[in-house]
Each structure stands twice: as C-alpha cells, then as structure tokens.
Design a protein around this ligand. Sequence first.
Ligand SMILES: *Cc1c(COP(=O)(O)O)cnc(C)c1O
Length: 350
Amino acid sequence: MTPDELSGLLAAFPATSLGHFPTPIDATPRLGGKLGLGLSVKRDDATGLAFGGNKVRQLEFYFGKALAQNADTVLITGAVQSNYVRTAAAAAAKLGLRCHVQLEDRVPLYNESYVNSGNTLLNKLLGAIVHTYPEGEDEAGADARLHEIADEDRRNGFNPYVIPLGPGNPPTGGLGYVACAIELAQQVDDIESFDAFVVPSGSGMTHGGFLVGLRAMGIKTPVYGICVRRGADVQAERIVNNCQNIEELLGAPSTVTAVDVNTSDAVLSPGYGQLNDATFEAVLMAARTEGLMLDTVYSGRALAGLVHLADKGVIAAGSKVLFLHTGGTPALFGYSEVLNDRLAIEIPAE
Ligand SMILES: *Cc1c(COP(=O)(O)O)cnc(C)c1O
C-alpha cells in the first residue's frame, strides 16, 4: 500500500486536530557517537499540546469519536503521573469539554513531588476533576469505576465519553501511530535507509500502530519495543494482538506476525515507573550530549533499552537508527526527590 492509500483508510475515522505535525527529526551525533550508531530522534515529545508527547496523536482519534457522539465530558484513567491523563485534560480544555481523570495507585512512591508536581499539578491547572483509584494492577476494576462516574454524570444530564484503554476495547489510539508511520515515510528521503526503529512499549498502541503502519506500506525495517511495564514475552503477545486488532479496525490486510514483534525487557527491573541505574544514566546521557530531555518512566527507559541492544550487538555498530521520543518530560518533575537523591551521589557535596 502507498502512504496515500493508507491515509485513505485512516480518513474513515473521525479525528480532531490537537497537535503540531509533522514532528521534527533531530540529528543527534553526540548521543549517537556514544552508542556507536548513526542516531536520529523523532521528536514526538514536541507534538505541541500541553508539553506534548505520544498521547496527542492517540487522542486526536479518541476526541474525534467523542465529538462525533456530541460528548460534553470525557473520562480517562491512568497512573498518578500519567501523561495520557494530563494530555486528555488539556485536549478537553481546548475543546471546551469537562474532564474526569482517575489516578491509579500504580507506583509505590508517595513523596511530595510524585503526588503534587509534574502531571498531577498540570491536571489541576487544566481544570480536570480528579479522582483516585487505590489499585495499580486492576485494569478492569479501574475501567468499571470510570463507568460508574460516567453513569452518575448521565443521571445529572451530561453526555460523557469514556476513553476506553483496557484490552478488549477498539485500538483507536493505535490509529495515531499508523498516522505517525505515514508521516515519517513522507518526511524522510528514504525510510528504508534506516536499519532499526526503537520505541517504548507500554499499552502498545504506539508500538503496535507504528508497526502496522510500516508493514502496511511494505516497509520491513525492524521495530524494537522497549518494555516499560510488562515482561518481554507477555508484551510481545500483547503487541501481536494489538497489531491484528488495529489492522482489523483499519480494514487493512493482515501483515504483522509474531516475527515482526521485537520486545526487550532488559531494563524493566524493578518495574513500571521505578527508576533504575540504566534509565538514570540514559536520562543524563541524552541531557548532557544533546540537551535532550527524556523522562524516567518511558523515554529514558527506552533509550536505556537502546543502549543495551547496541551493547549486545542486537543492533549492530554503525547502524542507522531512529529513536522515537514519546515525551513524558513533565513527569521528570514528579521524580525530583528520586532524581536529586541520585544526583547527590553522582555529584558529591563539597
Ligand atoms: C504512554 C506513554 C508511552 C507508551 O505508549 P503506549 O502507546 O502506551 O505503549 C511512552 N512514552 C510516554 C512518554 C508515554 O506517556
């Protein structure tokens, strides 16, 4: 399929414009030099809306749906420092909709900045109605609570739209990363000159959508998903499912199979949202070689994953690699105690 043909399939879905596209691609020779790679970075942290990030692309399709249903309120659930939640709150504000956000207790971190700075501060500034959910690994339960809040809104005369993110819901957000693959193919002279793409892999709508988009256009370049929440095998299964669901939703031929899905969990420990040495070092490396800010939950971990793949030779020395920077930078401030503790060790006091 040509990029135009694939765009034609996407055009069947209602979408609303929220961000700045195309996002730039930066040459990052000093960072690439450290890794022994010809590295560039696609700046999806720079999607424009309220500090940007990958959720802007995904939400263009969810809010398109919400508006098509004449919703006056949207509801979304996520981790306390969720970028999805913050970006949805911003999109709702921009479109004049009410927004309920539900913050799940997913990360065992209760200091001042994690609870009150970064994205949680932004949610309040953006005017979202904030709820909390006491469990971290109960996707179905968190969704059910969101639907209860929506029911209550309905009784009060509102028309709510729940942004459904759990497995079993249509992979609407994945369409945003099909669009990103098209954008990339149209933006570079020769997309097939890249040897590898590296993306973080969480819910897998970014990884899945991007992979579906590439393969639908006949681009066979490997895509490495760096696991940020689940182990590599579980995540690979999830991505295969996501891809099939996205292809089905799009009405595209089924092209992605298990051999297309690469996942690495080498830098996942000790778990979602918890800083480890490799991620801390990756955040410093990007900051100090390129002035490029990554976050500790997603993009820093993804770079740490790339460092690991390059070290192990999975991505060969000298390869031309595109790293997808998915944003998340406001969450850095939610980790300020954690980061300052690390920096105090790295830079001993006089
Ligand atoms: C949500 C998020 C991801 C993961 O994207 P998925 O589509 O959920 O896999 C990566 N990076 C950032 C900054 C995010 O906020």
